[in-house]
Design a protein around this ligand. Structure first.
Ligand code: HEC
Length: 245
């Protein structure tokens, strides 16, 4: 055999080798592919709805169902009712707050059957200072620096809120102020989405300070003999956090 013939034979053998290797790789790929998409009968493949998908099964046609009543997100169990709502523990449903509307269209309330009368957290100088800061951010624009309802927005035409410095609101329980901040009142929007519970109490404490400052002779309603359900001391963990709900 001459040299050329030997080279040719070697080349052919090499070609066959490459083909063999390619074939093996192809088989391996096919195998992997089939295993990956093969029929699996585990939970991954059970019939299910994607979030917000339409459903023909439920009468309201919504695939996403409501939470079971009473569901509480982890870490959101708000056990201390006084602190989180400003209301007494066992409200009397028959004793609804009596409201009237004044000439300017403001809603006046004169009875507060379910509002707590005492702060559910200790009132400290820090709390009042924090309240002043928050008040100046969120409330002063309408209620004015002293709470007389003459803030800049009101001077420019917004409805005038009632003054904090009349007998009605001076004698209103703290729970009422907390409720107004949380849920709004008549023409005023609620601030629950921007002011956390501890800060709402701080603002209420500051409003009390404003009321005293504007009427130092007439003491506030301070009936120390009263010990309603709302006067229970706060549980640990309910102290002002300055941020966390
Ligand atoms: C955009 C203006 C505006 C802002 C800001 C505002 N209020 Fe008011 N507020 C009003 C108006 C108007 C009323 C009267 C609403 C009504 O009676 O219909 C009112 C009423 C009230 C009342 C009286 C409720 C009653 O029993 O008559 C309180 C207390 C109060 N606001 C607290 C606050 C506090 C605290 C803040 C800040 C967190 C705040 N408001 C922010 C406009 C505002």
């Amino acid at each position: 055999m001459n040299n050329l013939a030997v080279q040719d034979k070697r080349r052919k053998a090499k070609g066959k080798d490459v083909f063999k290797r390619l074939g093996f790789a192809f088989c391996l790929l096919t195998f992997t592919f089939l295993t990956a998409c093969g029929v699996r009968s585990d939970m991954q493949d059970q019939p299910r709805y994607k979030a917000y998908k339409k459903s023909e099964f439920f009468s309201d046609k919504r695939g996403s169902r409501d939470m079971v009543e009473g569901t509480i997100p982890r870490g959101q169990l708000r056990e201390n009712k006084a602190f989180y709502t400003g209301k007494v523990d066992n409200p009397n449903p028959a004793a609804q707050a009596a409201t009237t509307m004044d000439a300017t269209g403001n809603t006046l309330v004169t009875s507060f059957p379910n509002a707590i009368d005492e702060f559910p957290i200790p009132v400290t100088k820090e709390l009042v200072d924090r309240g002043q800061e928050r008040y100046n951010i969120y409330c002063i624009v309408c209620h004015g620096p002293l709470g007389n309802g003459d803030g800049m927005i009101v001077r420019r035409g917004f409805s005038k809120p009632p003054t904090y410095n009349d007998d009605r609101l001076r004698n209103a329980p703290v729970g009422h102020f907390y409720d107004v901040i949380s849920n709004g009142w008549g023409k005023m929007n609620g601030y629950a989405h921007v002011i956390q519970p501890a800060d709402r109490w701080a603002i209420v404490a500051y409003i009390r300070a404003l009321q005293v400052s504007q009427n130092p002779e007439n003491a506030l309603k301070t009936d120390t003999t009263k010990t309603g359900p709302g006067s229970a001391p706060p549980k640990s963990g309910d102290t002002p956090t300055g941020g966390k709900p």
